[in-house]
Design a protein around this ligand. Structure first.
Ligand code: AMP
Length: 220
């Protein structure tokens, strides 16, 4: 199953993608995570990506498409993937179709998480992530707190905020998302794979589990 998760930054798409990946045993591919890893390792790609990410802008298409193309050539992607944060432009969506087509594959479902901006901003400002890369569990100090403040429930590592999770960058990221989202949503609607998901209570602790359930129901 090839899945593209759509949703604004902070809509819960990362958490939903992670749960969906573990339930389906498919790799979770997050371009944001891939860039953060490069930035942490101070690679040339990381430095380039950081110059865009720190301003809340998109990394250029050719750079992003290339890293995804490479990742989709790995053996573990042959039965499907959960893509999170990619595509973010119609050009990326077209490139993705081309990459998959060359492998005789196609996108099966595009869940689109629909959450209001107010909830998104609140969620992002309170978001903390496990600093242990192997774990990467996402918490929310308000809606989904860890049992011990600042400590991951799963692995005990320190919880950290993302540097781009601040009020100024969020507004810029939401603006960028909406500018590009309309085209991508239309693109997948035309292909008949778009699947709008509206969690009943997006602030509930199990909102992402509910979203995953709704996505898997659609696949039946
Ligand atoms: P995310 O973790 O998905 O919110 O991504 C964090 C940042 O990485 C974004 O705000 C962009 O600057 C950059 N980024 C992630 N995915 C893409 C993409 N598909 N195209 C361009 N830039 C991206």
């Amino acid at each position: 199953m090839y899945v593209v998760m759509l949703g604004a930054p902070g809509s819960g798409k990362g958490t939903t993608a992670k749960i969906l990946a573990s339930k389906t045993n498919l790799p979770h591919i997050s371009t944001g995570d891939m860039f953060r890893e490069q930035i942490k390792n101070q690679t040339e790609l990381g430095k380039l990506a950081d110059s865009y990410i720190s301003k809340g802008n998109l990394v250029p298409d050719e750079v992003t498409i290339n890293i995804v193309k490479d990742r989709l050539s790995w053996e573990d992607t042959k039965n499907g993937v959960i893509l999170d944060g990619f595509p973010r432009t119609v050009e990326q969506a077209e490139a993705l179709d081309k990459i998959l087509e060359e492998q005789g594959k196609k996108i099966d479902i595009v869940p689109e998480l629909q959450i209001t901006d107010e909830i998104i901003i609140e969620r992002i400002l309170n978001r903390v992530t496990c600093s242990n890369k192997e774990c990467g569990e996402i918490y929310n100090t308000k809606f989904k707190p860890s049992k011990i403040e600042g400590v991951c429930d799963i692995c005990g590592a320190k919880l950290v905020s993302r540097v781009d999770d601040n009020r100024e960058t969020i507004k810029e990221r939401l603006k960028t998302y909406y500018q590009n989202a309309a085209g991508i949503i239309e693109y997948y609607k035309q292909k008949g794979v778009l699947c709008p998901i509206c969690p009943e209570d997006p602030t509930a602790e199990d909102a992402s589990e509910q979203a995953v359930k709704a996505i898997l129901e659609q696949r039946k």
